[in-house]
Write a protein that binds this ligand. Structure first.
Ligand code: NI
Length: 216
């Protein structure tokens, strides 16, 4: 559940709170950076963003970043258990790709889970099909997911659900654009519309779809 990162200005203040409260819960691996710190790095390009990954796709095949060369990647990190933010954003991504028409074939939408313990390849296969026939779902072992997430400065943390053994996953919700050479281009902030996504993508894609329909 990442509703708290949906609203851009609010995100920074709540993120600070999350960082403070969440610190004690994250003992398993290397110390995690706070959401605020990661967003700061992302927004101001303080460190290189992106990089190699090796994960498992929703058909159980190994997929690395190199397998996506030649495509414009729309990368999104989230969880299939997310009630609203992830489905909304994946729907926006799917809409944007479809609105590009044939030019959209050059765009590859990718969903990387930050909840690999629950999001198996099989589970992802059912999930990605709900949004777009070409959406690729990626999972992997927690360490591999952690490396991919930190490369893209994604914050995520388990949050226990009161009174049950279940948990939700808080995460930052940005859409990343990666070019056909595998280089990070930029990110779209939470709440970006399909129209805006399409507009930016069109500036990058081959000229076929550039002509405005009203400018004939
Ligand atoms: Ni989410």
């Amino acid at each position: 559940m990442s509703a708290r990162f949906r609203t851009w200005p609010l995100a920074m203040s709540v993120a600070l709170l999350t960082g403070a409260l969440g610190a004690g819960a994250q003992t398993a691996t290397a110390p995690k950076r706070s959401a605020a710190e990661l967003m700061d790095v992302l927004m101001w390009n303080k460190e290189p963003i992106g990089g190699p990954f090796s994960l498992i796709d929703h058909t159980r095949r190994v997929k690395t970043d190199a397998d996506f060369r030649g495509k414009w990647l729309l990368l999104y990190f989230g969880s299939t258990y997310c009630p609203d933010v992830c489905p909304t954003d994946l729907h926006v991504i799917a809409q944007a790709v479809d609105q590009l028409g044939p030019a959209g074939d050059a765009v590859q939408p990718v969903f990387i889970t930050v909840d690999p313990e629950r999001d198996s390849a099989e589970h992802l296969a059912e999930y990605v099909a709900l949004f777009h026939p070409r959406l690729v779902g990626l999972t992997g072992d927690p360490a591999a997911i952690s490396r991919a997430a930190s490369a893209y400065k994604v914050f995520y943390a388990k949050v226990p659900a009161a009174g049950t053994l279940e948990y939700s996953v808080d995460h930052t919700a940005f859409i990343y654009l990666v070019d056909p050479a595998g280089q990070y281009v930029g990110f779209f902030p939470p709440g970006t519309s399909a129209e805006r996504l399409g507009q930016v993508l069109r500036q990058h894609l081959p000229s076929s779809n550039r002509a405005s329909p009203v400018a004939r």
